[in-house]
Write a new protein. Structure first.
Length: 648
């Protein structure tokens, strides 16, 4: 068509002007033909880890591996950690929607507090359409990551305004009418009617499944569906005569709408199965299974629609796992399997990515973080080559992205090889902070790993020996540190200013204050010996490095372990994020028992070969790692020198 159009009377494509996409159009034409039509559908099972998928597959099929989503041709693993450690749904949605790793609670806001373009905005900038479908209330964290820019995920009223007045996707389907309807009965709004605002812009509004089914794309420019005042009803609790559509029905309607309305350039659609996560927060297996199955039905609806449409890419993933769900005993179809939950919060477990269509082969068979999914979608929507995300130091338990394996173990674990091992100390740093990793194995609910950090090796602030220096009995970690039997290593100018510790595999996020894990200030400047001070550190364990004493011995995964991320503003609180000129850290790690008084024979740097557990006897630390952060004395981290082990 384009090639045949030689006369000046020939009209340009209708969307080639206003949206800045002219250059890309030219590139498309140069690629040989009319502008490519690009359709990307991202389905997110909130909280849907491998345990949730397996449980749902067992319940429906009597075997694992048989959900429809698992039949997609490309499979990969996704690492979900972020700046806070274990991610929440807001930060995970922001990573998927904007390609920025950020802090928990943030929506469309990057690490420095600035707004970042999301995929709905990107699609609109390119003249494409966009849709958001969820079983949660529409301003909830996951849809909000694709439609809002707010520092707090709790500001539902502001988020709803961002959705309806700002990003304004052409299709918005879910719950949450209380945040959209104007002031009055059933509404939480004190001003402004977002339903009316959208109607004024030509949107059709539907409130029931039958209205959704008969909504006609020819009669309205957009579609708002509000099917519940809050979250939509649990699948398990819906009566026969429910007026709420299923996630699959909402997905089908969104596809029909976006497809009919889309010009030649295509669309982006995000579909969320939101309540898998909510069920898992309550460790409610039956609800988690039914919500996962409803999500899988939506995936089938989407892939059936995509069948025979070669321009469609389908990506199915989770934002994170919730609950630490493990299958203990499989079950037959229609039965609930025997399971074990770790807790009622999110976990750091890797999640799955299943995909089909153009542009996804590069994701196959490798564990990557969520920014890669974003980069893939940007590449597909824009038609430009995939821009690989830059390396990012986050506490995700995956240590191989740290530059320095600074100390290695030489002593076999006296606390049980295969259950408790400190195998290597990894270090790295960038302009924002320190990354520290301990490769090895860590027993659930037993023993503590303690990393001591001296922020001024050579200057000697902080206690040189923990034994008898601390006296804070309140809280498990403080008790462990106060009971320490460790003496001065005899390294010049050593003094531990901070202790980063985890008891029994506890992995608090940067904002958490848990007695079982975290960063504790040891110097008078940051606390007192009898009342240790909390610091902020993101911590996380890699997949499978935490072991259970009642299970068979585990094998360590090389390059995985306990990882922490600490901002310079935390380690040097008076310097506004800078480091002191010539900043040099001293770091050592030890493994101790449940009360901290009994020291194992594994430290990093290591004890001499053949050392037995020192136990409760007073024992000098065997050495420390010297890590120069600022080698050219300009107060900016350069981290270009290999860390060295310093022995007395
Ligand atoms: Zn959650």
């Amino acid at each position: 068509m384009i090639a045949a159009c030689l006369s000046a009377a020939c009209e340009p494509p209708p969307d080639a002007a206003a949206d800045g996409s002219v250059a890309a159009d030219a590139a498309d034409r140069a690629d040989g033909g009319a502008r490519a039509r690009r359709i990307v559908i991202l389905l997110i099972g909130d909280g849907m880890g491998r345990g949730q998928i397996d449980a749902a597959s067992l319940y429906r099929q009597g075997a694992t591996g048989r959900l429809h989503l698992q039949s997609l041709p490309v499979h990969a693993e996704v690492v979900t950690g972020n700046l806070s450690g274990i991610t929440d749904s807001a930060a995970a949605a922001t990573a998927l929607a904007t390609g920025e790793l950020t802090w928990n609670g943030s929506l469309g806001i990057g690490r420095h507090g600035l707004e970042v373009e999301n995929l709905v905005e990107l699609a609109h900038r390119r003249g494409q359409r966009a849709g958001i479908v969820t079983t949660a209330l529409l301003p909830h964290a996951t849809p909000a990551g694709f439609t809002a820019h707010q520092g707090s995920r709790a500001d539902y009223l502001l988020i709803a305004e961002d959705e309806a007045l700002g990003a304004r996707p052409e299709v918005l389907l879910g719950g949450g009418s209380a945040y959209y309807d104007g002031p009055g009965s059933g509404s939480l709004r004190e001003a402004g009617d977002l339903v009316e605002s959208l109607q004024d812009r030509g949107y059709g509004v539907v409130r029931t499944a039958s209205e959704l089914g008969s909504a006609d794309p020819a009669e309205a420019s957009g579609l708002l569906g509000l099917f519940a005042s809050d979250h939509m009803t649990w699948v398990l609790d819906r009566p026969e005569d429910t007026t709420e559509p299923t996630l699959a029905e909402m997905s089908a309607a969104a596809l029909r709408w976006l497809d009919a309305g889309a010009d030649s350039s295509g669309f982006f659609l995000m579909i969320e199965g939101a309540r898998i996560d909510m069920a898992c927060h309550g460790n409610d297996l039956e609800r988690a299974i039914h919500e996962t199955l409803a999500f899988d039905d939506a995936v089938r609806t989407v892939t059936d629609w995509a069948d025979g449409r070669p321009e469609v890419t389908v990506l199915v993933t989770a934002d994170h796992e919730t609950g630490g769900l493990e299958i203990l005993e499989p079950s037959g179809a229609g039965e609930l399997p025997q399971v074990r939950w770790r807790w009622t919060q999110h976990s750091n477990a890797r999640v799955d990515l299943f995909a089909s269509g153009p542009g996804v082969d590069g994701l196959a068979d490798r564990a990557r973080d969520q920014r890669w999914i974003h980069a893939t979608i940007v590449s597909l929507l824009s038609g430009e080559p995939l821009a690989a995300p830059p390396p990012a130091l986050v506490a995700d338990g995956n240590l191989v992205d740290l530059r320095y394996r600074a100390a290695e173990q030489i002593v076999t674990s006296g606390f049980g090889a295969g259950y408790n091992q400190l195998d290597a100390l990894w270090l790295d740093a960038d302009e924002e902070g320190l990354s520290l990793g301990v490769e090895g194995l860590f027993e659930w609910d037993h023993n503590a790993v303690v990393a001591l950090i001296d922020v001024d090796l050579g200057a000697g602030t902080g206690p040189a020996a923990l034994a008898q220096a601390l006296s804070d009995p309140i809280g498990r970690l403080d008790g462990i540190l106060s009971s320490s039997s460790l003496l001065d290593p005899g390294v010049d100018g050593w003094g531990a200013d901070w202790a980063l510790a985890s008891f029994g595999g506890s992995d608090p996020r940067a904002g958490d204050r848990w007695d079982d894990g975290g960063l504790r200030g040891l110097t008078p400047a940051s606390g007192a010996p009898d009342d240790l001070f909390w610091g902020a550190a993101a911590t996380n364990f890699g997949e499978g490095v935490r072991t259970r004493g009642d299970a068979v011995a585990a094998s360590p995964s090389p390059g995985e372990g306990w990882e922490a991320r600490i901002a310079w503003s935390q380690l040097y609180p008076t310097l506004g994020g800078q480091v002191p000129p010539g900043a040099t850290l001293g770091i050592a790690a030890v493994l101790v028992n449940d009360d901290g008084g009994y020291t194992s024979n594994q430290a990093l740097p290591p004890f001499p070969d053949g050392t037995e557990n020192p136990g409760r006897s007073l024992t000098p630390l065997p050495g420390v790692v010297r890590f120069v952060i600022d080698s050219d004395l300009d107060g900016l981290p350069d981290v270009d020198l290999m860390p060295t082990v310093v022995e007395p």
